[in-house]
Design a protein around this ligand. Structure first.
Ligand SMILES: *Cc1c(COP(=O)(O)O)cnc(C)c1O
Length: 360
């Protein structure tokens, strides 16, 4: 067996220890006589797995008492619709900050349910920074303010939680949740698909403050209604049981590593090394203003763009895969989530230097 360093943006690399544990428990979980994926979601054993994952998630993120944590299907994209359906609550306008391609998708979907006012946008400059907070136009009548804490495709990340101007703050944290400590009490709602930093695709997590639950539009499908989902312990229907279990294993791994403070230190060190290598080279470039660069997704360009295909081919041969940029923006991108070890970043930097020596 030879496992590669996988720089995919999502689904993405998993901690090897988690895969090994899943393998060890594949045929029989505990003394149950069956695999987790064969268990009834209402049974005592599975309920203990689900409850442990929820408790660990709350512990790791320090989720306050007045929030519910929901495990849902439909990905972050499902939440693009669920959020306006649940949070407009009699109002007609929602504020969105547009800092990249994922913000744009959230905005497009929200427009089906209400009026979207874009409070700030970096679209004109090609999403290379985040507009200064002083220039944001917040509508005090809006139901909430939505932003994307890490733009997975553009490689732009908020380094601080923005002031929501009194509105409930809603955040798509899909690609940087669990990468650093976060003060959940500053948010009305946080959501994230699992497949970047928490586990396999097919499950997403919503953290929602109690007062924002119970106001869904009548058309809201029950599986997207936070009140219905909260009342049913995220098991109104059959949840993605095996993904929930794997997410739980990732959470145990995060705890073993030392929690979010340790994750942050590790991620900071990895990103600093990679950006330093890019900045030191005339052959590689990163378009994002340094203050807004993502610790999770590092896009980079080659001075000779016609060598991009050669770069990814040779990288693959060296055991470094999925380095192509998103189909919408091109270039290269290295995603270095929690599960990417420093050794993977070192191997990439070494490969990049060698490629530059041969082709620069
Ligand atoms: C991947 C991603 C999404 C979409 O997630 P799905 O689970 O595929 O719906 C949304 N927002 C961000 C920031 C992402 O990185």
């Amino acid at each position: 067996m030879s496992r590669v360093y996988n720089f995919s943006a999502g689904p993405s690399t998993m901690p090897e220890a988690v895969l090994q544990r899943a393998q060890a428990e594949m045929l029989e979980w505990g003394k149950s006589g069956m695999s987790v994926m064969e268990m009834s979601h209402r049974g005592k054993e599975y309920v203990s797995i689900a409850e442990k994952a929820e408790a660990d998630f709350k512990e790791i993120l320090g989720v306050p008492e007045n929030y519910k944590v929901l495990f849902v299907s439909g990905g972050a994209t499902g939440q693009f619709a669920a959020i306006p359906m649940n949070l407009l609550a009699g109002k007609t306008v929602a504020n969105y900050v547009n800092t990249g391609i994922w913000s744009g998708k959230a905005i497009s979907e929200a427009k089906k349910y209400g009026e979207v006012k874009v409070a700030a946008s970096s679209k004109e400059n090609g999403f290379k920074n985040i507009p200064a907070r002083a220039d944001w136009k917040i509508d005090p009548e809006a139901a909430y303010l939505h932003y994307t804490s890490n733009e997975t495709i553009n490689g732009v990340e908020f380094q601080e939680i923005p002031d929501a101007g009194g509105l409930p703050l809603v955040c798509d944290m899909s690609s940087n949740i669990l990468s650093r400590p976060v003060d959940v009490s500053q948010f009305g709602l946080i959501y994230a698909g699992a497949q970047k930093n928490m586990g396999p695709a097919g499950i997403a997590v919503v953290i929602v403050r109690d007062d924002l639950i119970g106001h869904a539009l009548p058309i809201t499908p029950s599986i997207f209604d936070y009140k219905v989902m909260a009342e049913n312990g995220s098991m109104l229907n059959t949840p993605p049981t095996y993904n929930w279990y794997l997410l739980g294993l990732v959470l145990e791994w995060v705890k073993e590593q030392g929690g979010l403070t340790a994750m942050e230190a590790h991620n900071k060190a990895k990103a600093a090394k990679l950006y330093a290598a890019i900045d030191a080279s005339p052959f590689y470039g990163n378009p994002v203003e340094p203050a807004f660069r993502s610790r999770m997704n590092v896009p980079f360009t080659l001075a000779k763009p016609d060598l991009e295909k050669e770069f990814t081919t040779q990288a693959k041969a060296a055991g470094l895969v999925s380095l192509g940029g998103h189909r919408s923006v091109g270039g290269m991108r290295a995603s270095i989530y929690n599960a990417m070890p420093m050794a993977g970043v070192d191997a990439l930097i070494e490969f990049m230097a060698e490629f530059e020596r041969k082709n620069g």
